[in-house]
Ligand binder design. Structure first.
Ligand code: 6PG
Length: 232
């Protein structure tokens, strides 16, 4: 594992540079393999980057897009990552991309898991580009510290796992750690000095302590060099 930091003077600059980089990588994947896959995180951080990315002049009809993780809520719910992605990314040129939803009608993610696993099989692994966020507790994707399902989600041979966050709202469905770390290109998209300090702390601490930080556990196992896109 190694980390490469890219720091920007403003959020606009970060969003534009990250969007340009992702677009170029998607087009390169299409040139090399005929199609491309992109897994995006939700939360508050990505909306600006999504808006910059959606106008990129690439062959969007050859791109499969899914989520790194989803809150188990209807896809029109205010907290839905699918809704965030549909409203901010799947517009303009990017409306032609194929989006694979991570929710279904099951009452819980545990009950819905097999259906989502089957649906995701259209995405060939390894995923080409995967963008992680990070929470203030060191979670990434929906790999939450102290979640009952964390260990299973970190060693599972499946694409997705159901997770109940000990503190954060909503049950979740998440790409498993093995699915995440084999991606061809793993990007970490974070803002704010607090998250920069937290990520540095997580990466420097001794292993026993850093098992509290799922972001460290993921980045330790990423196959390629993970790139961090950050602004204050
Ligand atoms: C989610 C996520 C999650 C997110 C972090 C950071 O659904 O919550 O995908 O892993 O990336 O919690 O969230 P913010 O960008 O809101 O800080």
């Amino acid at each position: 594992m190694s980390l490469q930091w890219h720091e920007f003077a403003s959020k606009d600059e970060l969003d534009l540079n990250l969007a340009h980089y992702i677009a170029a990588q998607l087009q390169q994947a299409i040139a090399e393999r005929g199609t491309a896959s992109l897994a995006v995180s939700g939360g508050r951080t990505p909306a600006g980057m999504f808006k910059a990315l959606r106008t990129s002049n690439i062959e969007w009809s050859k791109v499969n897009i899914t989520l790194v993780d989803e809150r188990w809520v209807p896809n029109d719910h205010a907290d839905s990552n699918e809704r965030l992605t549909r409203e901010n990314l799947l517009q303009d040129g990017a409306a032609a991309a194929n989006f694979i939803s991570m929710v279904n009608d099951a009452a819980t993610p545990h009950a819905g898991l097999a259906g989502i696993e089957a649906r995701l099989s259209v995405i060939k692994t390894p995923i080409d580009i995967l963008i992680l966020g990070m929470g203030d507790d060191g979670h990434t994707a929906s790999l939450f510290p102290n979640a009952a399902e964390l260990e299973d989600a970190c060693v599972s041979t499946q694409l997705v796992a159901a997770v109940t966050p000990p503190v954060a709202p909503h049950q979740r469905i998440t790409l498993t750690l093995p699915t995440i770390v084999q991606a061809r290109n793993v990007l970490v998209h974070i803002t704010g000095t607090g998250k920069k300090e937290l990520l540095n702390t997580a990466m420097q601490e001794q292993k026993a302590i850093t098992e509290l930080y799922p972001i460290r556990r993921v980045l330790d196992q990423v196959k390629s060099t993970a790139q961090v896109y950050w602004t204050a």
